[in-house]
Design a protein around this ligand. Structure first.
Ligand code: GGG
Length: 351
């Protein structure tokens, strides 16, 4: 049966890396005889320029009708430099997550051993790191009421969580832990935040249903430290939206680069697959971006979105082979990088 895949390249390096992810899906379709039909749509800064909104209705309708979405990145330096702008690229991403019910953002942080070879050694890389993050994606301060006082002197973002929101992401994390090393670390700030006390209470209740899984609760600040100190100690981490955003970017450094991390956002309907990195405007259009996060996102689309496990494994194995052969984009080239074969986005994607 035909699978309809919506490609949303987005902004900055989004189009370059997503082209590589899409090419991999085309190759998989050809090799395995799958019928993938592709459509493209706009979101983010480019969509604002073209239509005045970050998520045009046409894009959202296409997203709802598709079987899976491969997305690049949103964001533009213009909005970083001018915080008063009211229409912003990220609004498109947030509306997409909320309205598609994408409450579980799954972020595997795995070190490819091939990056450990002497020529690419970075001191911060830790052998054996294999963490599966579950970032809650449709709640917390991202979606709570946002206020700016009339005189502009006060601003607030309400961090709101409901019991059901914590429960459903916790269940996903515990179920995943059962297929792995059977450890869940729930991250909160329960010594300060009421929403975190609810979070901890609900995770404790869910944990009772999984007596075979070892559960720990860790404060977000301590977790930030432990992820650098003892990354191999962690198996599955479940946390709220903002902590998850920050901690996964941090942990990316332990496995080499943000350019290596893919993600799957799942929930009530169509799955949404994207690299965790943003639009990186500083290197956009220069053939410098690492496309592996997009390629690995395509692998997650195959595995989680379509249940095509063998095809997904082939994509992951191909990434490992290319790294073993010494090919590196500059973000994953070591300090002693003279032995690395430095390649650009297009060449890395084509290997
Ligand atoms: N591909 C990820 C991306 O585009 N990130 C941009 C961004 O601003 N994301 C906000 C967030 O995920 O919290």
């Amino acid at each position: 049966m035909q699978k309809n895949i919506l490609i949303i390249p987005g902004d900055g390096i989004g189009p370059e890396v997503t082209a590589c992810g899409k090419a991999v899906l085309e190759e998989v379709a050809a090799r395995y005889g799958y019928a993938f039909a592709f459509e493209e749509a706009q979101m983010g800064h480019e969509a604002i320029l073209a239509t005045g909104v970050a998520l045009p209705d046409e894009t959202f309708e296409k997203a709802k009708a598709s079987d899976a979405i491969l997305f690049g990145a949103v964001g533009h330096v213009r909005y970083d430099n001018d915080p008063t702008l009211k229409v912003r690229p990220e609004q498109g991403l947030f509306r997409m997550r909320k309205e598609l019910g994408l409450y579980a953002n799954i972020r595997p942080v795995i070190l490819f051993d091939e990056l450990l070879d002497a020529s690419s050694l970075k001191p911060e890389i830790v052998k054996g790191t294999d963490i599966l993050f579950f970032r809650e994606l449709t709640g917390g301060a991202y979606f709570g009421e946002k206020v700016r006082s009339e005189d502009g002197e006060m601003a607030s973002d309400l961090m709101v969580y409901h019991r059901y929101e914590v429960e459903r992401i916790a269940v996903k994390a515990f179920e995943a832990a059962r297929t792995r090393r059977k450890k869940v670390c729930s991250v909160d700030k329960a010594n300060v935040l009421e929403s975190s006390r609810l979070w901890r209470e609900v995770v404790q209740q869910v944990a009772r249903r999984y007596p075979d899984v070892e559960t720990t609760h860790m404060l977000a600040d301590n977790t930030a430290m432990q992820l650098i100190k003892h990354p191999t100690w962690f198996d599955v981490i479940v946390t709220e939206n903002l902590f998850g955003d920050i901690l996964t970017d941090e942990t990316a450094q332990v496995v080499g680069s943000m350019g290596m991390l893919a993600s799957a956002s799942i929930g009530d309907g169509t799955g949404f697959f994207e690299p965790i990195h943003g639009s990186a405007y500083d290197i956009a259009g220069q053939d410098k971006a690492n496309p592996l996060a997009s390629i690995l996102s395509a692998a997650l689309l195959l595995e989680i979105g379509f249940g095509m496990k063998e095809a997904a494994k082939q994509v992951n194995d191909a990434v490992a082979r290319v790294l073993k052969a010494g090919y590196r984009t500059s973000d994953i080239s070591g300090r002693m990088g003279h032995k690395d074969k430095i390649v650009g986005t297009r060449e890395m994607g084509a290997l």
